[in-house]
Design a binder for this molecule. Structure first.
Ligand SMILES: Cc1cc2nc3c(=O)[nH]c(=O)nc-3n(C[C@H](O)[C@H](O)[C@H](O)COP(=O)(O)OP(=O)(O)OC[C@H]3O[C@@H](n4cnc5c(N)ncnc54)[C@H](O)[C@@H]3O)c2cc1C
Length: 491
Protein backbone atom coordinates (compact mmCIF):
# COMPACT_ATOMS: atom_id res chain seq x y z
CA UNK A 1 0.00 0.00 0.00
CA UNK A 2 2.45 2.64 -1.12
CA UNK A 3 0.23 4.81 -3.34
CA UNK A 4 -0.14 8.45 -2.43
CA UNK A 5 -2.44 9.69 0.32
CA UNK A 6 -3.21 13.41 0.30
CA UNK A 7 -4.07 15.09 3.57
CA UNK A 8 -5.68 18.53 3.31
CA UNK A 9 -4.53 20.79 6.15
CA UNK A 10 -1.57 20.77 8.52
CA UNK A 11 -3.48 21.29 11.78
CA UNK A 12 -2.98 18.82 14.62
CA UNK A 13 -5.70 16.40 13.52
CA UNK A 14 -4.42 16.28 9.98
CA UNK A 15 -0.81 15.77 11.05
CA UNK A 16 -1.75 13.02 13.50
CA UNK A 17 -3.74 11.28 10.72
CA UNK A 18 -0.84 11.77 8.28
CA UNK A 19 1.71 10.22 10.65
CA UNK A 20 -0.48 7.18 11.36
CA UNK A 21 -1.06 6.65 7.63
CA UNK A 22 2.67 6.95 6.95
CA UNK A 23 3.39 4.41 9.67
CA UNK A 24 0.90 2.08 7.96
CA UNK A 25 2.97 2.26 4.77
CA UNK A 26 1.37 5.11 2.83
CA UNK A 27 3.30 7.83 1.07
CA UNK A 28 1.70 10.96 2.54
CA UNK A 29 1.59 14.48 1.16
CA UNK A 30 0.10 17.15 3.45
CA UNK A 31 -1.13 20.32 1.75
CA UNK A 32 -1.89 23.48 3.69
CA UNK A 33 -3.02 26.78 2.24
CA UNK A 34 -1.23 28.73 4.96
CA UNK A 35 2.33 29.75 4.19
CA UNK A 36 3.69 29.39 7.69
CA UNK A 37 3.02 26.96 10.51
CA UNK A 38 0.56 28.22 13.12
CA UNK A 39 1.93 31.02 15.22
CA UNK A 40 -0.38 29.91 18.05
CA UNK A 41 2.24 28.83 20.57
CA UNK A 42 0.06 26.21 22.20
CA UNK A 43 -2.58 23.63 21.42
CA UNK A 44 -5.52 23.40 23.80
CA UNK A 45 -6.66 19.91 24.63
CA UNK A 46 -6.12 16.43 25.90
CA UNK A 47 -3.70 14.20 23.97
CA UNK A 48 -4.36 10.53 24.74
CA UNK A 49 -1.23 8.72 26.03
CA UNK A 50 -1.63 6.24 23.17
CA UNK A 51 -0.92 8.96 20.57
CA UNK A 52 2.03 10.27 22.61
CA UNK A 53 3.48 6.75 22.75
CA UNK A 54 2.76 5.67 19.18
CA UNK A 55 4.27 8.79 17.62
CA UNK A 56 7.13 9.09 20.14
CA UNK A 57 6.04 12.65 20.88
CA UNK A 58 7.96 12.94 24.14
CA UNK A 59 11.23 12.10 22.40
CA UNK A 60 10.44 14.93 19.97
CA UNK A 61 10.08 17.42 22.82
CA UNK A 62 6.35 17.36 23.57
CA UNK A 63 5.73 19.52 26.63
CA UNK A 64 2.34 19.49 28.32
CA UNK A 65 1.56 22.57 30.37
CA UNK A 66 -1.00 22.40 33.16
CA UNK A 67 -1.36 25.84 34.71
CA UNK A 68 -1.74 25.76 38.49
CA UNK A 69 -4.01 27.25 39.71
CA UNK A 70 -5.85 26.01 36.65
CA UNK A 71 -8.12 29.00 36.95
CA UNK A 72 -8.42 32.17 39.03
CA UNK A 73 -11.61 34.21 39.22
CA UNK A 74 -11.76 37.75 40.61
CA UNK A 75 -14.31 38.03 43.42
CA UNK A 76 -16.85 40.85 43.70
CA UNK A 77 -15.50 42.03 47.06
CA UNK A 78 -11.82 41.79 46.11
CA UNK A 79 -9.40 38.88 46.10
CA UNK A 80 -9.63 35.84 43.84
CA UNK A 81 -11.02 32.35 43.98
CA UNK A 82 -8.21 30.06 42.82
CA UNK A 83 -8.79 26.42 41.88
CA UNK A 84 -5.82 24.08 41.99
CA UNK A 85 -4.81 20.61 40.87
CA UNK A 86 -4.49 19.78 44.55
CA UNK A 87 -7.97 18.95 45.86
CA UNK A 88 -7.29 20.05 49.46
CA UNK A 89 -6.01 23.42 48.27
CA UNK A 90 -9.15 24.01 46.17
CA UNK A 91 -11.38 22.98 49.07
CA UNK A 92 -9.59 25.50 51.27
CA UNK A 93 -9.98 28.25 48.66
CA UNK A 94 -13.69 27.49 48.18
CA UNK A 95 -14.26 27.40 51.95
CA UNK A 96 -13.41 31.11 52.11
CA UNK A 97 -16.45 31.92 49.98
CA UNK A 98 -18.78 29.05 50.93
CA UNK A 99 -18.20 26.31 53.50
CA UNK A 100 -21.16 24.45 52.01
CA UNK A 101 -19.63 24.44 48.51
CA UNK A 102 -16.26 23.41 49.93
CA UNK A 103 -17.92 20.37 51.47
CA UNK A 104 -19.62 19.48 48.17
CA UNK A 105 -16.53 20.00 45.93
CA UNK A 106 -14.76 16.61 46.35
CA UNK A 107 -17.96 14.61 45.70
CA UNK A 108 -18.87 16.76 42.68
CA UNK A 109 -15.37 16.32 41.22
CA UNK A 110 -15.40 12.57 41.81
CA UNK A 111 -18.82 12.11 40.17
CA UNK A 112 -17.90 14.26 37.16
CA UNK A 113 -14.62 12.38 36.75
CA UNK A 114 -16.38 9.03 36.59
CA UNK A 115 -18.52 10.30 33.72
CA UNK A 116 -15.54 11.90 31.99
CA UNK A 117 -13.72 8.55 32.04
CA UNK A 118 -16.61 7.05 30.09
CA UNK A 119 -16.19 9.83 27.53
CA UNK A 120 -12.46 9.15 27.33
CA UNK A 121 -13.36 5.66 26.14
CA UNK A 122 -16.00 7.00 23.74
CA UNK A 123 -13.65 9.61 22.32
CA UNK A 124 -10.71 7.41 21.47
CA UNK A 125 -12.62 5.33 18.92
CA UNK A 126 -15.23 6.04 16.26
CA UNK A 127 -18.60 5.98 18.05
CA UNK A 128 -20.47 2.72 17.50
CA UNK A 129 -23.10 2.86 14.77
CA UNK A 130 -26.49 2.67 16.54
CA UNK A 131 -27.91 0.32 13.87
CA UNK A 132 -24.73 -1.31 12.53
CA UNK A 133 -24.76 -5.12 12.53
CA UNK A 134 -21.03 -5.74 12.07
CA UNK A 135 -19.53 -7.90 14.77
CA UNK A 136 -16.94 -5.28 15.74
CA UNK A 137 -19.66 -2.64 16.06
CA UNK A 138 -21.81 -4.89 18.25
CA UNK A 139 -18.77 -5.69 20.38
CA UNK A 140 -18.13 -1.96 20.89
CA UNK A 141 -21.74 -1.44 21.89
CA UNK A 142 -21.48 -4.28 24.36
CA UNK A 143 -18.25 -2.82 25.81
CA UNK A 144 -19.91 0.58 26.10
CA UNK A 145 -22.99 -0.89 27.78
CA UNK A 146 -20.76 -2.67 30.28
CA UNK A 147 -18.88 0.54 31.01
CA UNK A 148 -22.16 2.40 31.55
CA UNK A 149 -23.40 -0.38 33.81
CA UNK A 150 -20.10 -0.17 35.71
CA UNK A 151 -20.99 3.40 36.66
CA UNK A 152 -23.52 1.96 39.10
CA UNK A 153 -26.99 3.34 39.82
CA UNK A 154 -25.75 6.77 40.91
CA UNK A 155 -23.44 7.10 37.91
CA UNK A 156 -26.12 6.07 35.41
CA UNK A 157 -28.55 8.56 36.91
CA UNK A 158 -25.87 11.26 36.78
CA UNK A 159 -25.22 10.48 33.11
CA UNK A 160 -28.85 10.43 32.01
CA UNK A 161 -29.74 13.59 33.94
CA UNK A 162 -26.64 15.51 32.97
CA UNK A 163 -26.51 15.06 29.20
CA UNK A 164 -29.60 17.11 28.26
CA UNK A 165 -29.30 19.51 31.20
CA UNK A 166 -28.17 23.13 31.17
CA UNK A 167 -24.88 23.66 32.96
CA UNK A 168 -26.62 26.27 35.16
CA UNK A 169 -29.18 23.72 36.39
CA UNK A 170 -26.45 21.20 37.11
CA UNK A 171 -24.39 23.70 39.09
CA UNK A 172 -27.40 25.11 40.96
CA UNK A 173 -27.99 21.53 42.16
CA UNK A 174 -24.54 21.42 43.72
CA UNK A 175 -23.34 24.87 44.68
CA UNK A 176 -24.37 28.30 45.98
CA UNK A 177 -21.37 30.58 45.33
CA UNK A 178 -21.73 32.67 42.16
CA UNK A 179 -18.01 32.77 41.35
CA UNK A 180 -17.60 29.00 41.57
CA UNK A 181 -20.70 28.33 39.47
CA UNK A 182 -19.64 30.90 36.89
CA UNK A 183 -16.15 29.54 36.37
CA UNK A 184 -17.47 26.01 35.89
CA UNK A 185 -20.42 27.27 33.84
CA UNK A 186 -18.00 28.99 31.47
CA UNK A 187 -16.61 25.58 30.51
CA UNK A 188 -20.13 24.63 29.43
CA UNK A 189 -20.45 27.43 26.87
CA UNK A 190 -16.96 27.74 25.36
CA UNK A 191 -17.30 28.43 21.62
CA UNK A 192 -21.07 27.89 21.70
CA UNK A 193 -23.74 30.31 20.62
CA UNK A 194 -25.60 29.28 23.74
CA UNK A 195 -25.75 30.54 27.29
CA UNK A 196 -25.34 28.61 30.54
CA UNK A 197 -29.12 28.19 30.77
CA UNK A 198 -29.31 26.49 27.35
CA UNK A 199 -30.09 22.76 27.35
CA UNK A 200 -27.15 20.44 26.62
CA UNK A 201 -24.45 22.74 28.01
CA UNK A 202 -23.72 20.43 30.97
CA UNK A 203 -22.38 17.97 28.38
CA UNK A 204 -19.80 20.57 27.36
CA UNK A 205 -18.54 20.82 30.95
CA UNK A 206 -17.87 17.08 30.75
CA UNK A 207 -16.25 17.43 27.33
CA UNK A 208 -13.77 19.90 28.83
CA UNK A 209 -13.07 17.55 31.69
CA UNK A 210 -12.08 14.60 29.50
CA UNK A 211 -8.43 13.68 30.08
CA UNK A 212 -7.99 16.15 32.96
CA UNK A 213 -7.21 15.20 36.54
CA UNK A 214 -10.00 15.06 39.14
CA UNK A 215 -11.12 18.61 39.98
CA UNK A 216 -9.66 20.28 36.86
CA UNK A 217 -12.18 21.51 34.30
CA UNK A 218 -9.91 23.12 31.72
CA UNK A 219 -7.92 21.18 29.12
CA UNK A 220 -4.14 21.34 29.24
CA UNK A 221 -1.92 23.20 26.79
CA UNK A 222 0.91 21.69 24.81
CA UNK A 223 3.41 22.46 22.07
CA UNK A 224 1.88 19.67 19.92
CA UNK A 225 1.40 22.15 17.08
CA UNK A 226 5.15 22.72 16.96
CA UNK A 227 6.21 19.09 17.51
CA UNK A 228 4.05 17.32 14.92
CA UNK A 229 5.47 18.99 11.78
CA UNK A 230 8.99 18.05 12.90
CA UNK A 231 8.31 14.30 13.00
CA UNK A 232 9.82 12.52 9.98
CA UNK A 233 7.91 10.34 7.50
CA UNK A 234 5.57 12.75 5.73
CA UNK A 235 5.93 15.58 3.23
CA UNK A 236 4.30 18.93 4.07
CA UNK A 237 3.72 21.57 1.39
CA UNK A 238 2.65 24.97 2.68
CA UNK A 239 1.12 27.73 0.61
CA UNK A 240 -0.74 24.96 -1.27
CA UNK A 241 -4.45 25.70 -1.31
CA UNK A 242 -6.63 22.85 -2.48
CA UNK A 243 -9.18 24.41 -4.81
CA UNK A 244 -10.99 21.19 -5.62
CA UNK A 245 -11.19 17.46 -4.97
CA UNK A 246 -11.49 15.50 -8.18
CA UNK A 247 -14.12 12.75 -8.19
CA UNK A 248 -14.80 10.06 -10.81
CA UNK A 249 -17.47 7.39 -10.97
CA UNK A 250 -15.36 5.01 -8.89
CA UNK A 251 -14.50 7.56 -6.19
CA UNK A 252 -11.93 10.19 -5.39
CA UNK A 253 -9.20 10.74 -7.98
CA UNK A 254 -7.01 13.51 -6.53
CA UNK A 255 -6.93 17.23 -5.86
CA UNK A 256 -6.43 20.41 -7.86
CA UNK A 257 -4.51 23.28 -6.32
CA UNK A 258 -5.28 26.95 -6.80
CA UNK A 259 -3.09 27.71 -9.80
CA UNK A 260 -4.18 24.53 -11.58
CA UNK A 261 -1.68 21.88 -10.48
CA UNK A 262 -3.35 18.46 -10.35
CA UNK A 263 -2.16 15.79 -7.94
CA UNK A 264 -3.67 12.33 -8.50
CA UNK A 265 -4.47 10.21 -5.45
CA UNK A 266 -7.01 7.52 -4.63
CA UNK A 267 -7.08 8.54 -0.97
CA UNK A 268 -7.84 12.10 0.17
CA UNK A 269 -8.23 12.90 3.85
CA UNK A 270 -9.63 16.35 4.51
CA UNK A 271 -9.13 18.41 7.64
CA UNK A 272 -10.99 21.32 6.07
CA UNK A 273 -14.38 21.67 7.71
CA UNK A 274 -17.13 19.37 6.41
CA UNK A 275 -19.04 22.16 4.66
CA UNK A 276 -16.00 23.38 2.79
CA UNK A 277 -14.90 19.84 1.95
CA UNK A 278 -18.23 18.61 0.64
CA UNK A 279 -19.81 21.73 -0.80
CA UNK A 280 -16.86 23.79 -2.01
CA UNK A 281 -14.00 21.37 -2.70
CA UNK A 282 -16.16 18.52 -4.03
CA UNK A 283 -18.68 19.32 -6.74
CA UNK A 284 -21.93 18.82 -4.78
CA UNK A 285 -23.38 17.20 -7.90
CA UNK A 286 -21.64 14.01 -6.71
CA UNK A 287 -23.76 14.00 -3.56
CA UNK A 288 -27.35 13.11 -2.89
CA UNK A 289 -29.38 16.37 -2.63
CA UNK A 290 -30.54 15.34 0.86
CA UNK A 291 -26.90 15.08 1.94
CA UNK A 292 -26.15 18.50 0.42
CA UNK A 293 -29.05 20.04 2.35
CA UNK A 294 -27.95 18.34 5.58
CA UNK A 295 -24.37 19.61 5.16
CA UNK A 296 -25.68 23.16 4.59
CA UNK A 297 -27.61 22.92 7.82
CA UNK A 298 -24.55 22.06 9.94
CA UNK A 299 -24.27 24.86 12.49
CA UNK A 300 -20.83 26.51 12.68
CA UNK A 301 -21.74 29.77 14.45
CA UNK A 302 -18.57 31.46 15.69
CA UNK A 303 -18.98 33.67 18.75
CA UNK A 304 -15.41 34.08 19.97
CA UNK A 305 -12.90 36.85 19.29
CA UNK A 306 -9.26 36.46 20.24
CA UNK A 307 -7.31 39.36 21.67
CA UNK A 308 -3.56 38.91 22.08
CA UNK A 309 -1.63 41.31 24.27
CA UNK A 310 2.12 41.72 24.61
CA UNK A 311 2.98 43.04 28.08
CA UNK A 312 6.30 44.49 29.20
CA UNK A 313 5.93 42.92 32.65
CA UNK A 314 4.46 39.84 34.27
CA UNK A 315 0.68 39.80 34.17
CA UNK A 316 0.38 38.23 37.64
CA UNK A 317 -1.80 35.29 36.60
CA UNK A 318 -1.52 32.15 34.49
CA UNK A 319 -5.25 31.69 33.77
CA UNK A 320 -7.78 34.35 34.73
CA UNK A 321 -11.51 34.10 34.04
CA UNK A 322 -13.68 37.19 34.22
CA UNK A 323 -17.07 35.65 34.93
CA UNK A 324 -18.62 36.87 38.17
CA UNK A 325 -21.81 34.81 37.93
CA UNK A 326 -23.93 32.60 35.69
CA UNK A 327 -26.30 35.56 35.24
CA UNK A 328 -23.37 37.63 33.98
CA UNK A 329 -22.55 35.02 31.31
CA UNK A 330 -26.21 34.61 30.38
CA UNK A 331 -26.54 38.38 29.91
CA UNK A 332 -23.38 38.39 27.79
CA UNK A 333 -25.10 35.76 25.64
CA UNK A 334 -28.32 37.83 25.44
CA UNK A 335 -26.47 40.43 23.36
CA UNK A 336 -25.11 37.78 20.98
CA UNK A 337 -28.56 36.24 20.53
CA UNK A 338 -29.55 39.42 18.72
CA UNK A 339 -26.31 39.77 16.76
CA UNK A 340 -24.57 42.22 19.09
CA UNK A 341 -21.10 42.01 20.62
CA UNK A 342 -21.54 41.56 24.38
CA UNK A 343 -21.27 44.87 26.19
CA UNK A 344 -19.78 42.95 29.13
CA UNK A 345 -18.25 39.78 27.60
CA UNK A 346 -16.95 36.70 29.38
CA UNK A 347 -13.15 36.72 29.19
CA UNK A 348 -10.61 34.03 29.82
CA UNK A 349 -7.00 35.18 29.71
CA UNK A 350 -4.01 32.84 29.57
CA UNK A 351 -0.44 33.97 30.07
CA UNK A 352 2.39 32.09 28.39
CA UNK A 353 5.42 33.34 30.35
CA UNK A 354 8.13 35.60 28.97
CA UNK A 355 9.18 35.15 25.35
CA UNK A 356 12.71 35.57 23.96
CA UNK A 357 12.04 39.33 23.64
CA UNK A 358 11.17 39.54 27.35
CA UNK A 359 7.54 40.30 26.59
CA UNK A 360 4.71 38.37 28.22
CA UNK A 361 2.07 37.18 25.81
CA UNK A 362 -1.53 37.03 27.05
CA UNK A 363 -4.20 35.35 24.91
CA UNK A 364 -7.73 36.43 25.72
CA UNK A 365 -10.76 34.38 24.71
CA UNK A 366 -13.62 36.88 24.31
CA UNK A 367 -17.13 35.50 24.24
CA UNK A 368 -19.62 36.57 22.90
CA UNK A 369 -18.56 38.30 19.69
CA UNK A 370 -20.83 36.99 16.93
CA UNK A 371 -19.57 36.34 13.42
CA UNK A 372 -22.67 37.86 11.83
CA UNK A 373 -23.49 41.26 13.31
CA UNK A 374 -27.01 42.63 13.23
CA UNK A 375 -25.84 46.18 12.58
CA UNK A 376 -22.96 46.14 10.14
CA UNK A 377 -19.65 44.43 9.60
CA UNK A 378 -16.49 43.70 11.56
CA UNK A 379 -14.27 46.65 10.69
CA UNK A 380 -11.23 48.36 12.21
CA UNK A 381 -13.39 50.58 14.45
CA UNK A 382 -15.15 47.57 15.95
CA UNK A 383 -11.88 45.70 16.46
CA UNK A 384 -10.36 48.72 18.20
CA UNK A 385 -13.44 49.12 20.40
CA UNK A 386 -13.31 45.43 21.37
CA UNK A 387 -9.57 45.61 22.14
CA UNK A 388 -10.16 48.71 24.32
CA UNK A 389 -13.01 46.96 26.14
CA UNK A 390 -10.89 43.88 26.86
CA UNK A 391 -7.98 45.92 28.25
CA UNK A 392 -10.42 47.99 30.33
CA UNK A 393 -12.08 44.90 31.83
CA UNK A 394 -8.76 43.18 32.57
CA UNK A 395 -7.43 46.36 34.16
CA UNK A 396 -10.36 46.41 36.56
CA UNK A 397 -9.07 43.11 37.99
CA UNK A 398 -5.32 43.40 37.34
CA UNK A 399 -4.67 47.15 37.53
CA UNK A 400 -1.16 47.17 36.02
CA UNK A 401 -2.25 45.46 32.79
CA UNK A 402 -3.44 48.64 31.03
CA UNK A 403 -0.08 50.39 31.31
CA UNK A 404 1.87 47.20 30.52
CA UNK A 405 0.37 46.62 27.04
CA UNK A 406 2.99 47.36 24.39
CA UNK A 407 1.23 45.66 21.49
CA UNK A 408 -2.12 44.08 20.83
CA UNK A 409 -4.00 42.27 18.12
CA UNK A 410 -7.71 41.66 17.83
CA UNK A 411 -9.07 38.84 15.69
CA UNK A 412 -12.83 38.88 15.16
CA UNK A 413 -14.58 35.65 14.10
CA UNK A 414 -14.35 36.97 10.51
CA UNK A 415 -10.57 37.35 10.89
CA UNK A 416 -10.33 33.84 12.40
CA UNK A 417 -12.14 32.52 9.34
CA UNK A 418 -9.74 34.34 7.00
CA UNK A 419 -6.58 33.48 8.94
CA UNK A 420 -7.26 29.90 10.02
CA UNK A 421 -10.10 28.71 7.80
CA UNK A 422 -12.49 28.37 10.77
CA UNK A 423 -15.98 28.35 9.19
CA UNK A 424 -17.88 31.43 10.45
CA UNK A 425 -14.97 31.80 12.87
CA UNK A 426 -15.91 28.57 14.69
CA UNK A 427 -12.64 27.06 16.03
CA UNK A 428 -14.28 23.65 16.42
CA UNK A 429 -15.35 23.75 12.72
CA UNK A 430 -18.78 22.35 13.71
CA UNK A 431 -20.35 23.90 16.81
CA UNK A 432 -20.01 21.28 19.52
CA UNK A 433 -23.59 21.17 20.74
CA UNK A 434 -25.05 17.92 22.03
CA UNK A 435 -27.02 17.42 18.79
CA UNK A 436 -23.79 17.78 16.75
CA UNK A 437 -21.69 15.49 18.95
CA UNK A 438 -20.80 11.79 19.20
CA UNK A 439 -22.47 9.77 16.41
CA UNK A 440 -24.15 12.94 15.13
CA UNK A 441 -20.85 14.69 14.35
CA UNK A 442 -20.69 16.21 11.78
CA UNK A 443 -24.06 14.68 10.79
CA UNK A 444 -26.17 11.83 12.13
CA UNK A 445 -24.88 8.58 10.69
CA UNK A 446 -21.66 10.16 9.45
CA UNK A 447 -19.49 9.98 12.50
CA UNK A 448 -17.14 7.36 11.14
CA UNK A 449 -14.90 9.64 9.04
CA UNK A 450 -16.08 8.16 5.72
CA UNK A 451 -18.00 10.26 3.22
CA UNK A 452 -20.39 9.07 0.52
CA UNK A 453 -17.45 9.38 -1.93
CA UNK A 454 -15.19 6.33 -1.92
CA UNK A 455 -11.64 7.22 -0.88
CA UNK A 456 -12.59 10.61 0.61
CA UNK A 457 -12.44 10.89 4.39
CA UNK A 458 -12.83 13.66 6.97
CA UNK A 459 -10.39 13.99 9.86
CA UNK A 460 -10.74 17.52 11.27
CA UNK A 461 -12.21 19.11 14.36
CA UNK A 462 -15.67 18.90 12.73
CA UNK A 463 -15.62 15.12 13.22
CA UNK A 464 -16.02 13.06 16.41
CA UNK A 465 -14.93 13.91 19.09
CA UNK A 466 -14.26 17.48 17.96
CA UNK A 467 -12.29 20.47 19.17
CA UNK A 468 -10.50 20.70 22.47
CA UNK A 469 -9.27 17.11 22.30
CA UNK A 470 -6.00 17.24 20.46
CA UNK A 471 -5.41 15.01 17.50
CA UNK A 472 -8.06 12.42 18.41
CA UNK A 473 -10.23 13.06 15.35
CA UNK A 474 -7.12 12.50 13.21
CA UNK A 475 -6.19 9.37 15.14
CA UNK A 476 -9.70 7.87 14.82
CA UNK A 477 -9.90 8.79 11.13
CA UNK A 478 -6.55 7.15 10.35
CA UNK A 479 -7.63 3.98 12.12
CA UNK A 480 -10.90 3.89 10.14
CA UNK A 481 -8.95 4.36 6.89
CA UNK A 482 -6.39 1.68 7.74
CA UNK A 483 -9.24 -0.70 8.60
CA UNK A 484 -10.81 0.06 5.22
CA UNK A 485 -7.50 -0.67 3.40
CA UNK A 486 -7.34 -4.01 5.07
CA UNK A 487 -10.85 -4.82 3.94
CA UNK A 488 -9.99 -3.61 0.44
CA UNK A 489 -12.57 -0.82 0.57
CA UNK A 490 -10.16 1.85 -0.61
CA UNK A 491 -6.90 1.49 -2.48
C1 LIG B 1 -5.75 30.37 16.50
C2 LIG B 1 -6.37 29.15 17.09
C3 LIG B 1 -7.16 29.29 18.20
C4 LIG B 1 -7.74 28.16 18.78
N1 LIG B 1 -8.51 28.33 19.88
C5 LIG B 1 -9.05 27.26 20.46
C6 LIG B 1 -9.82 27.38 21.64
O1 LIG B 1 -9.99 28.48 22.16
N2 LIG B 1 -10.38 26.28 22.18
C7 LIG B 1 -10.20 25.05 21.62
O2 LIG B 1 -10.72 24.08 22.14
N3 LIG B 1 -9.46 24.90 20.51
C8 LIG B 1 -8.88 25.98 19.94
N4 LIG B 1 -8.12 25.82 18.83
C9 LIG B 1 -7.95 24.48 18.29
C10 LIG B 1 -9.02 24.19 17.25
O3 LIG B 1 -10.26 24.26 17.86
C11 LIG B 1 -8.91 22.80 16.64
O4 LIG B 1 -9.44 21.85 17.51
C12 LIG B 1 -7.52 22.42 16.38
O5 LIG B 1 -6.95 23.45 15.64
C13 LIG B 1 -7.43 21.12 15.61
O6 LIG B 1 -8.19 21.23 14.51
P1 LIG B 1 -7.81 20.63 13.12
O7 LIG B 1 -6.44 20.09 13.07
O8 LIG B 1 -8.86 19.69 12.77
O9 LIG B 1 -7.97 21.87 12.16
P2 LIG B 1 -7.31 23.28 12.07
O10 LIG B 1 -6.35 23.56 13.16
O11 LIG B 1 -8.41 24.22 11.79
O12 LIG B 1 -6.43 23.07 10.74
C14 LIG B 1 -7.01 22.87 9.47
C15 LIG B 1 -5.99 23.33 8.45
O13 LIG B 1 -6.49 23.05 7.16
C16 LIG B 1 -6.12 24.09 6.33
N5 LIG B 1 -7.05 24.08 5.18
C17 LIG B 1 -8.39 24.20 5.20
N6 LIG B 1 -8.89 24.15 3.95
C18 LIG B 1 -7.81 23.99 3.13
C19 LIG B 1 -7.67 23.90 1.72
N7 LIG B 1 -8.72 23.96 0.89
N8 LIG B 1 -6.43 23.74 1.19
C20 LIG B 1 -5.33 23.66 2.01
N9 LIG B 1 -5.43 23.78 3.34
C21 LIG B 1 -6.64 23.94 3.90
C22 LIG B 1 -6.25 25.32 7.18
O14 LIG B 1 -5.46 26.38 6.71
C23 LIG B 1 -5.73 24.82 8.52
O15 LIG B 1 -4.34 25.05 8.66
C24 LIG B 1 -7.51 26.90 18.22
C25 LIG B 1 -6.71 26.76 17.08
C26 LIG B 1 -6.14 27.86 16.53
C27 LIG B 1 -5.29 27.70 15.29
Amino acid sequence: MSSLAIVIGAGVNELVAAHYLARAGRRVLVLDERNAPDDAATEIGWIPPRIVRDLGLERQGLAIHRPDPWVAVPLADGGRLELWHDMARSVEAIRRISPRDAAAWPAFCERMKRLARLFEMLYTAPPPDPVGRELGNLARFAALALRVRGLGRQGIEDLLRLLPMSVADLLDDWFEADALKAVLGAAGIMHLRQGPRSGGTAFRLLHHHVGSPVGVFRPSLSNLRRVLPQLPGIEIRRGAEVAGITVRECGVAGVVLTGGEEIPALLVVSGADPRRTLLALVDPGWLDPDVVRAVWRIRCRGVVARVTLALDREPGFSALAVAPSLDFIERAYDDAKYGRVSRAPFLEARADGAGADGRHRVDVHVQYAPYALADGEWDEARRTALGDLVVKILSQHVPHVGAAVVERSVLSPRDLEDAYGFPEGQAHHVELTLDQALWMRPLPGWARYRTPISGLYLCGAGTHPGGGVSGISGYNAARAIIRDFRRGRCT
